[in-house]
Design a protein around this ligand. Structure first.
Ligand SMILES: [Zn+2]
Ligand SMILES: [Zn+2]
Length: 135
């Protein structure tokens, strides 16, 4: 059997990490720690390059973090509609909720038409506390 290349190992480890975080957002630093714990010494540039690639191909969604400097990432919804709806981000724990329900979508469509707006959904987040952090 062929030895897996270093590059493949890194990519595999990153996909594994994303699976474990499915419903929760993460930062580049958290991914970096995970790779370090997996015995992979990956530099920051490579990590950001991988995250950018995964964001571009729709695997991840990326938002400006409300809890720290920089960005948070989260696995995009499986149906690939993350660019069509807005998201809610918890300012305490950073978890992201997909606001993909029909009512919200219809509302955004309606105000876009009424007010003549073009809403950049990927740059739009509502902020506040998630149910877990409210208690
Ligand atoms: Zn989404
Ligand atoms: Zn929260």
């Amino acid at each position: 059997m062929l030895q897996k290349s270093y590059h493949t190992k890194t990519t595999d480890a990153i996909s594994e990490f994303i699976q474990t975080t499915a419903e929760h957002s993460f930062t580049a630093a958290e991914l970096s720690d995970f790779l370090k714990n997996s015995g992979l010494d990956v530099n920051k540039t490579t990590i950001y390059r991988n995250l950018d690639k995964l964001t571009e191909n729709g695997t991840l969604i990326k938002h400006k973090s409300q809890t720290s400097d920089g960005f948070i990432y989260q696995k995009a919804s499986a149906d690939g509609t993350c660019h069509e709806h807005i998201h809610f981000q918890c300012t305490k724990c950073g978890s992201v909720v997909h606001l993909s329900d029909e009512k919200t979508t219809d509302y955004l469509k309606s105000i876009s038409e009424t007010l003549g707006l073009e809403i950049d959904t990927s740059a739009s987040t509502l902020n506040g506390l998630c149910p877990k952090c409210r208690n």
